[in-house]
Each structure stands twice: as C-alpha cells, then as structure tokens.
Design a protein around this ligand. Sequence first.
Ligand code: DX5
Ligand code: ZN
Length: 225
Amino acid sequence: MTDHPIRIAPSLLSCDFARVADDLSKIEQAGADWHHVDVMDGHFVPNISIGPPVVTKIKEASSIPLDVHLMITDPIKYAAPFAKAGADVLTFHIEVCDSVAAAREVIATFRDAGVAKVGVALNPATAIERVGDLLGEVDLVLVMSVVPGFGGQSFMSEVLPKVEWLRAQGYAGHVEMDGGLNAETLPRCAAAGTDVLVAGSAIYGSGDWKECIGAFRASAEGVRI
Ligand code: DX5
Ligand code: ZN
C-alpha cells in the first residue's frame, strides 16, 4: 500500500475561467490539496484548453501545488515552458511514446526542466503494463477513468484493476485517478489504492465546495486499508 495522505485535486476545467483567481482562492479555502490543471492541444485530444501563459497566471494566484496534466502530443517541446510556468507535478501520456526509451527521454527532459514530480498517464484503453518498466522512474501514475478531452463524463470502473496492479507491483509513488469521480466512485478509487483523487464537475458543480471536499476526503480515508 502507500502511506501518502489522501489528496483531493479539483480540476480547474470545471471552474469559472472568467473568475479563475477567485475560484482558486475559494477552492483552496474549501480544503483542496492540489489544483489539477488540464492542458489539451486539440491534437492528442479533440479539445483545446490552456497554455503556459495562463498557467503562469494560475500559479501567481495559487498557494497549493499545481498538478499539470499534459494531454498533448509533444510533451518534450513544452516541458520547459510548463516547468517555468510553475508546474509542481508534470504528467505526460504514455500513448505519445512509441518505446520505453522514448518515455525515458520525456522523463529526463521533465527532470532537467526542474519539476518537483514527474508523472505518466494512461488512457482507459491502454494496458497498465505499458508503464511497468517506468515505475522506478516516475513519482506518479495517472490512471484515466474516462477517455480524456472533456469534463463531466461517466466513470469507467473497468480501470480500477490497474490501480490494484500498480500497488501489487509494490509501486509506492502517487497513484492518481481522473475522470468521473463523485461521491459514489471516489471511495472505490481510494479503496483500490489511489491517493490523488481528481474531481472537476463533482466539486465545482456542488453547492458547497467545503462540504463536498470534506465529504470526499472522509469517504476516501474511510475505505483505506
Ligand atoms: C478529462 C480531464 C479531467 C476532467 C475531469 O480529460 O483530464 O481532469 O476535468 O472532470 P470530471 O471530474 O468532471 O470528470
Ligand atoms: Zn486531467
């Protein structure tokens, strides 16, 4: 298992981008541990979101870590700009790498750029064994529980065994799940061994963020082994 504390990471994709500084501060006061920042390039995924200049401003308005999820085809090209913008955790998708050597090159580039934690993500259709050779080299594995690109989709419970597999391998880094987490699905992620729980629409769309984050944290902590 892991001794990482549960971390609740609201996804900024569901904030009000016209009032982002207000939302960042309010969600921090409500108990968020990390801001999850979704970067989409319109190529790896069909949607386009934000780039380094916006992340720079988000960093200035934040006082908790930025967990930057790169849903982009060329993570090496953008590693330094996102590191400079203030990414504390920087995660790339394994699907953009055609070999373990290529993935190692991304990891090395992220480390050289100076990010504190390097993560690797995988889509629901990607076998968990694809990241097996990298477990000694990454700080975080992000198991997608929806097909990436949009907030507000339904949780795909068939990905839960991937988390169990990671912990069964003895992986002691962070395991993060992202997509469709809510009051029903989030404790199932935690029970499987996830310590970083991303939720966009369920938190930002709730009437009371503090109550929602508190309830999510309590439910996740309650099911841990
Ligand atoms: C999906 C993104 C998610 C998304 C989660 O492509 O990576 O972070 O914002 O949103 P919800 O929690 O609404 O599924
Ligand atoms: Zn994400």
